[in-house]
Design a binder for this molecule. Structure first.
Ligand SMILES: [Zn+2]
Length: 230
């Protein structure tokens, strides 16, 4: 993966004085800590973002994404920039944890025209040597069990989505589910570590389960089921 170096459009908008970097040096007041209790039940979702790039700055920090807060929905939305890595999404998770601990004031919050509060998230550039960490991609596949979380991008530049149909019978020696890449159809996947022969009953259960999950695959691959636009 190539290193992206270009002008930082958000740098002009961010408050000066290195506020991006204050998370580690900030000491929340008792009032801030008390106020932060309101964030404890806010959920977290990852969303894709277009038209932004990771940028590296002379202050030693890379701008790797944005975080916004929807108070009505009690929701943190995390927007890693394209080509973000596992280091970057972990930093976003740490940022949410910090906000819940009273560090709201350490972040360079801005307010959009629609009233949404958002801030740029930064990571120390030396901590995120891109070639050493897997790239991640936000999941946009609604039927995937990781929808609005993120997947690691594999060596082929693809990600693998997972879905499970009905609950697996308790104590099954197998796991039958669905997998697909970004571009491919859902396919049945069977994980089975045979440490003993299956009983007749288990074989019957497995076959029934495969038929059931294959039906799920047909349904999900039908044109009526689309990815949700984010
Ligand atoms: Zn997925």
């Amino acid at each position: 993966m190539s290193t992206i170096l270009q002008a930082a459009p958000e740098a002009a908008q961010a408050p000066s004085g290195g506020r991006l970097n204050r998370l580690g040096a900030y000491t929340p007041s008792p009032a801030e800590i008390e106020h932060a209790a309101r964030f404890r039940d806010y959920t977290v979702e990852y969303r894709p973002i277009r038209g932004r790039s990771i940028t590296h700055h002379e202050d030693g920090f890379s701008r790797i994404g944005q975080i916004s807060v929807d108070h009505d929905a009690r929701l943190f939305k995390l927007y890693p920039y394209p080509h973000a890595t596992t280091v970057d999404v972990r930093q976003m998770e740490r940022t949410v944890a910090a906000i819940r601990s009273g560090y709201w004031g350490a972040l360079p919050w801005q307010t959009s025209e629609t009233g949404t509060q958002w801030a740029t998230v930064a990571v120390r550039t030396s901590a995120r040597r891109e070639s050493e960490w897997p790239e991640v991609r936000v999941c946009k596949v609604e039927s995937c069990q990781h929808f609005r979380e993120w997947h690691r991008v594999d060596d082929e530049g693809s990600v693998r989505h997972f879905a499970v149909g009905a609950d697996e019978p308790e104590g099954s020696p197998w796991q039958v589910g669905l997998q697909r890449t970004d571009d491919g159809p859902w396919q049945v996947s069977i994980d089975y570590a045979p440490d003993r022969p299956l009983t007749e009953l288990e074989v019957a259960g497995l076959l029934s389960r495969i038929r059931w999950v294959a039906e799920d695959a047909r349904r999900l691959n039908s044109p009526a089921v689309q990815e949700v636009p984010c």
